[in-house]
Design a protein around this ligand. Structure first.
Ligand SMILES: *Cc1c(COP(=O)(O)O)cnc(C)c1O
Length: 221
């Protein structure tokens, strides 16, 4: 069994080393601890150790886990990483602080409307399907500029950055470099990329948010 607090400490020092190795300020890289499928027994020690930024894949699961934990620990920040359905937008805006999976106009519109209604501004990342995989969510690379422009100009949304999940069987560096290029071309600072097995590569290529789950909490069942 992995000790999540020791693993968290190890991941944080690897993030710092990777950032320094790339000539970057380690504080420019945010660790999102991906807690999907894990319960309080894994989360409590990590919260007690001071981690406050967590990623979840599903609105429903996050709703069962986080409202109570948020009353016990100040300053928790929740990031939604998985696909969002438009009928879940209201709950997502109420519970989350950031969404990494904005991937179609219908969702962007629903988020804009709900954020206005609740007087909340969530940090929004546009998911790009860098590998153009048919089964994977995200905007095609060549459509990214138009999509970001629509979010900004029509919906008056502030976009924090871009997010990708590289294909499992390809060199992630190529996808991270493509995402960084698209972000540059669109004047975006945020880059949500890198998971347990490739976050150091992602940091070398400019990641501002790394999403690390199993390397902290252990393999999911
Ligand atoms: C599960 C998940 C992660 C974390 O993956 P690990 O390999 O466990 O680090 C990161 N991003 C997304 C979108 C995920 O669904």
């Amino acid at each position: 069994m992995i000790d999540p607090v020791a693993a968290l400490r190890d991941i944080k020092s690897r993030i710092e080393l990777a950032a320094r190795g790339a000539g970057r300020d380690p504080s420019a890289v945010t660790l999102v601890a991906v807690s999907k499928t894990y319960g309080d027994d894994a989360l409590l020690p990590v919260l007690a150790a001071g981690q406050r930024i967590f990623g979840e894949n599903r609105v429903q699961e996050a709703k069962t886990k986080w409202p109570l934990l948020k009353t016990r620990f100040d300053g928790v920040e929740l990031h939604l990483l998985g696909p969002l359905q438009s009928n879940k937008t209201k709950e997502a805006v109420e519970l989350f602080d950031a969404i990494h999976s904005v991937d179609r106009m219908k969702i962007a519109e629903a988020l804009a409307a709900e954020m206005t209604k609740h007087g909340r501004r969530l940090k929004l990342f546009v998911q790009v399907n860098t590998g153009e995989e048919p089964q994977k969510a995200g905007i095609a690379p060549r459509e990214t500029a138009a999509f970001v422009a629509c979010c900004r100009d029509q919906l008056k949304l502030e976009i924090a950055g871009l997010m990708c999940i590289p294909p499992v069987d390809e060199e992630p560096a190529l996808h991270f470099a493509l995402l960084a290029k698209l972000a540059r071309e669109n004047g975006l600072d945020g880059l949500s990329m890198g998971m347990s097995h490739d976050f150091e590569t992602a940091i070398a290529l400019g990641a501002t948010h790394v999403r690390v789950g199993s390397a902290i909490f252990g393999a999911r069942g």
